[in-house]
Structures are given as C-alpha cells and as structure tokens.
Design a protein around this ligand. Structure first.
Ligand code: ATP
Ligand code: MG
Length: 361
C-alpha cells in the first residue's frame, strides 16, 4: 500500500468494492451510510441521496424493519438512566435473520455499536439466493429419488406378498407375478445405474477419455440395434449418414449412450405410423448428429426444463413407458463433456429434432 494512502480512503474503497451490502444506521433508524452494492436493492431514485433517509423509506421488508425496530427500542431503554444495564449485562445483541427482498434472498447480520453515547447499527446483507436455490434442488432431488424408488419397490413387495400368501400354488399366476416383479426390479436397477452415471459425470469422476471414434460405424450399428424395436411399434426408422464423415474425437461408449437415449426417446414419443430418422453430416467444420421424429412434440412451456433431472412432460405417460427422466440430463452432460452442445427443436403434434455437435479428431 502506498504510504500516503489514508486509512479512511482504503476503508471507503473496501466498502465500495464489497460484494455484499453494508448499511449503517443511527439510533433513529436513519441511514448514515449505504455501500454501492446495497443501493441496487433499495427503492429510491439514483439521483437521490440515501444518507439521512429513514430505513422504512428505502426498504419495505417488514421482518427487517421489525427486527431493526426492536434492536433500536432496546437501545433506547438501555440509554435511559433508569434501566441502565448492570455490569454483567451488555447492550443490544447481534442479530441474524433471513429476508426476501427484490426477488432475492438475503442473510442479514446486525451488529450494534456503542461508542461514547453514540449508537450505530451496522447491517451486513449477503445475497444467499444461489445457496437457497442449490439447497432446494438438493431437497427436490432426494424427494424425487425416493419417490421413483418407492413406486417399483411397492409393486415388488405387493406381488411377492401375494405369491407368498398362496399365489405361488397357481403356476400361471406365479409366472405372471414374477414377470411383473422382474420388470420393476429391472426398472430400479436402471434408475440406480442412471443416477450413478449422472453423479459421476457431475462430479467429474467419470472422465471422458477421448480416442478417435468412427462415428459412421457407431451411428449405423446403434441404428440397427433399434430396427426391431421401431418395427414392433410400427415406426419407420432410417439413417442418413454422410459417407465421408470424419473420425471424431470422443468416448465411444458415452457417445453411444447419447445416441441410444435420443433414439429411444424418439421411438417412445412417436405414435404408430410415424418415422424416426438419424442423420449425420459436416456443417461449418463441425460434425452434426440429428435425431428427427414425427412424434407428439414438446410443448413450448416445457422446453427449458426437459434437460433437468427427472423432468418429464407427462409424468404418468413417461413412467408407463419406463422412463425416469434422466436420459436427457445424462446425454447433455456427455455432449458438454465433449465440448459440444445438445439442442432441441420441437413443434407439438408435428415432431421433434434433437441435435448435437462434435469436433473432428
Ligand atoms: N423425442 C421426443 N418427443 C417428445 N417428447 C420428448 C422427446 N424426447 C424427450 N421428450 C420429453 O422429455 C422428457 C425427458 O426425456 P428423458 O429422456 O430425460 O426422460 P425419459 O425418456 O422420460 O426417461 P429415461 O430417458 O430416463 O428413460 C420425456 O419424459 C418427454 O416428456
Ligand atoms: Mg429418455
């Protein structure tokens, strides 16, 4: 620090540059100082001076006003000779509350300072909106996982109890029930596999090992593996893959997982008589893979959310089709891990196109 730089100049710069709000109030709840960070959340015009104004004229939050009011009232009582605190008593204590203001969440810490009869209340406001958002994602995630596991587990338990209660004596019933149990157990194990994949991808434990991948071969073999499934559903499946598709740099198994997810969705959400096309070619020196279907489409309102974990447009329908809503979340992570992007265009009742880009090796 240059020797000449004054202490108050430096403190002013600290308060100005802080990424949290600082408000200093006097004993009448008037503003003595507000740092620039907090100004954007207060209701007053930029050309007005904030100093000297009452707190209630710049913040309407009732919880904050009430808390500050009670701290100041306590200070008033203490300054009153009759109720001066004894030596063991201290003045008003530090407070900590959470408030919602201007659509964001803040943690507010209030520190009263008494110095030579002068009283000031320092308020520090930290924006905790992002922390709260992550907390709620975590809570939703646990609730979703529990719910998804409970459904198949309840079926397994119900059917096995019926078998134990005598259902096993009838061979036809036993076979049928065992098939249901097997189906639900498969669903649970798929869900757990998907969750593990997702969590490894997110925590970057599952590194994407890039090697030269023959994309043409990968796409046509994946397409072939769906021919029977599509045929059974009365859907015409075809592939248009450019002959001279360059070798790409990627993780073969993970890329295959993306294509499987997209083809599986396209077939799942296309009614009988429709078609699904897998296309790949070079566009502006990147390689573009597309899965085009003539299915039910995705409503505009759901578009921003379909890549979220567990998000399904029609929960009941998707669950009946065996979906857990993790496929696209996984696919997006894998594509991003390859420095590409996964995009979607859709028109309800007409069809959907998912596409992703990859770089040549
Ligand atoms: N091609 C598509 N056409 C219409 N809707 C689609 C299509 N692909 C995905 N969706 C919608 O997006 C949701 C999320 O897809 P995602 O693949 O993540 O889940 P899922 O297919 O339901 O389950 P999972 O992939 O885990 O088996 C689906 O539930 C469906 O509502
Ligand atoms: Mg899917």
């Amino acid at each position: 620090m240059p020797v000449k730089m004054g202490r108050s100049f430096v403190l002013g710069a600290v308060a100005r540059e802080l990424r949290s709000g600082v408000l200093v109030l006097d004993s009448n709840a008037r503003v003595l100082y507000a740092n620039p960070y907090i100004l954007r959340y207060l209701t007053f015009k930029p050309d007005e001076r904030v100093e000297g104004r009452e707190l209630s004229s710049i913040i309407s939050n009732p919880i904050l006003l009430k808390t500050v009011g009670s701290v100041l009232a306590l200070e008033g009582d203490i300054s009153n000779e009759a109720v001066k605190p004894g030596p063991e008593e201290t003045g008003p204590v530090e407070i900590e509350i959470e408030i919602e203001e201007a659509g964001r969440s803040f943690n507010v810490r209030g520190v009263p300072i008494n110095e030579n009869e002068d009283f000031t209340l320092l308020l520090f406001l930290s924006d905790i909106t992002e922390e709260k958002r992550l907390e709620s994602i975590k809570r939703d995630f646990v609730a979703n996982v529990s719910h998804e596991l409970r459904t198949p587990l309840a079926a397994i338990k119900g059917y096995s109890e019926t078998l134990l209660d005598g259902g096993v004596d009838d061979e036809k019933t036993s076979r049928e029930f065992l098939r249901v149990i097997d189906r639900h157990a498969t669903r649970m194990s798929r869900l757990i596999d998907d969750l593990l994949t997702l969590s490894r991808l997110e925590s970057q434990q599952m590194s994407i090992i890039t090697t030269p991948v023959d994309l043409r071969e990968l796409l046509s073999s994946t397409e072939k593996s769906f021919v029977k499934h599509a045929g059974d559903k009365g859907i015409e499946l075809s592939a248009e893959i450019e002959d001279d598709l360059p070798v790409v740099s990627g993780d073969r198994d993970r890329l295959e997982q993306v294509v499987v997810n997209l083809l599986d969705n396209a077939i799942k959400y296309t009614p009988e008589g429709g078609s699904v096309r897998l296309r790949a070619g070079v566009e502006n020196s990147t390689i573009k893979v597309e899965v085009v279907d003539t299915g039910i489409g995705i409503p505009e309102a759901d578009m921003p959310r379909i890549f979220e974990r567990f998000y399904r447009v029609d929960k009941a329908r998707s669950r009946d089709l065996g979906g857990t809503g993790l496929g696209l979340a996984i696919a997006k992570h894998i594509v991003q891990g390859h420095n590409g992007t996964l995009n979607v265009k859709s028109s309800p009742g007409v069809g959907t196109t998912f596409s992703f880009t990859l770089k040549a090796f």
